[in-house]
Ligand binder design. Structure first.
Ligand code: NAD
Length: 361
């Protein structure tokens, strides 16, 4: 039976359109193989949306996303829009999309591929076998807490203010996602906070601890964020699933990303309680290499695999994409960010062609 899906594509800025073109081509090949009928809608977000409409997240974009089965996002941002007022910046569009779709859970896998072990800046014996899932809270914490802003006091001095806040229900729902994720993986969950200094973190630790009896098969531990950062580079294999708040998760997931050698290899999924999820690479818009056909499209392609697995319930199609990625790496095909001696250097488009060749062989 043919399955019908509506997918919204948000190419965004910088390398976004280049990597999205590859991902869409891969998805079209997969759709044919698995008899999936996919209707694509492309919408504006980030700097591209600011240029066209004056807003980083036009209403039509959010509406199109809401009506789709899943959203595939590339990346937003760039130097051109860095000096605009905060509400007009590309990043505001991304935060608005997450809030508008109620995407409170961000799943970021960091898995070492044997073919790329030399691309890691850490020793092979430290990173070999690393397979971590960072579950980051995405719609709360200091990025959203009120009050926020730059205020001028009566003396004329400016004060920048942000507020780190989590309610019990926000902690509980991300905690449940994390425990359930750990159940599907190595059954170890490490909760990361700064409970020795921050009250909001003390509440976080208390609630996560209170959830633990519901998941007797999970081994729960807690780490302060500074120690977690250190342990991630010291002995990352100790981690299976990590759960943490928005700010700490932003930073730790990038650190976990670098264990794998390239940020250009890492997909992510952002999920809500219901409605479409957003699937996107961990990396940004890489303005330094935009338009040069140098971007690694594999994180975007692996985001398509996560979308097939988590949103469209097509695990065999997801497996086929992940296998194709391993096969092109086995052939020695590399983009610049994961290049090593003796391998074949490809541009973004050629890497896409290599994937399609493997998928069609
Ligand atoms: P970045 O991830 O864009 O780039 C960091 C470094 O990694 C750069 O040297 C870049 O060339 C490289 N890189 C990233 N993706 C790559 C890929 N696919 N292939 C090869 N190399 C790649 O982070 P940044 O430089 O801190 O930010 C650039 C812009 O992206 C900023 O405007 C930032 O706000 C935005 N950003 C957006 C997102 C998002 O859309 N989710 C996330 C992070 C940053």
């Amino acid at each position: 039976m043919t399955q019908h899906y509506q997918i919204t594509l948000l190419p965004g800025d910088g390398i976004g359109p280049e990597i999205m073109a590859v991902a869409a081509d891969v998805l079209k090949v997969i759709a044919q193989k698995f008899n999936l009928q996919i209707e694509f809608k492309t919408a504006l977000i980030g700097g591209a949306a600011i240029d066209a409409t004056g807003e980083p997240l036009p209403k039509e974009t959010l509406e199109t996303c809401r009506q789709s089965d899943a959203v595939l996002l590339a990346a937003i941002g760039g130097y051109k829009w860095d000096n605009l007022p905060r509400h007009q910046r590309p990043e505001t569009g991304l935060l608005g999309l997450r809030a508008g779709l109620g995407l409170f859970a961000n799943l970021r896998p960091a898995k070492i591929l044997p073919q790329l072990i030399d691309a890691s800046s850490l020793k092979p014996e430290v990173v070999e076998g690393v397979d971590i899932m960072v579950v980051r809270e995405l719609t709360g914490g200091i990025y959203f807490g009120q009050p926020k802003g730059i205020f001028t006091s009566e003396t004329g001095e400016k004060r920048g203010v942000n507020t780190m806040v989590y309610s019990e229900s926000e902690i509980d729902r991300i905690g449940k996602v994390a425990f359930e994720t750990a159940q599907k993986r190595g059954k170890k969950l490490c909760s990361v906070d700064k409970a020795n200094v921050l009250e909001v973190s003390q509440l976080w630790r208390d609630r996560i601890t209170q959830l633990a009896p519901e998941y007797p098969d999970i081994e729960l531990s807690h780490l302060y964020v500074d120690n977690a950062a250190m342990q991630l580079v010291r002995w990352p294999k100790q981690f299976d699933t990590i759960v943490t708040g928005n700010l700490f998760g932003d930073i730790l997931s990038d650190a976990a990303a670098m264990l794998t050698g390239s940020i250009g290899m890492l997909p992510s999924a952002s999920l809500g309680a219901s409605g479409p999820g957003v699937f996107e690479p961990v990396h940004g818009s890489a303005p330094d290499i935009a338009g040069q056909d140098k971007a690694n499209p594999l994180a975007q392609v692996l985001s398509v695999a996560m979308m097939l697995r988590y949103a469209l319930d097509q695990p065999a199609a997801a497996d086929m994409i992940e296998q194709a990625v391993l096969q092109v790496l086995d052939r020695g095909d590399r983009t610049g960010d994961i290049m090593s001696p003796g391998m074949k250097l490809l541009g973004c488009r050629a890497m896409g062609d290599a994937l399609i060749e493997v998928l069609e062989s």
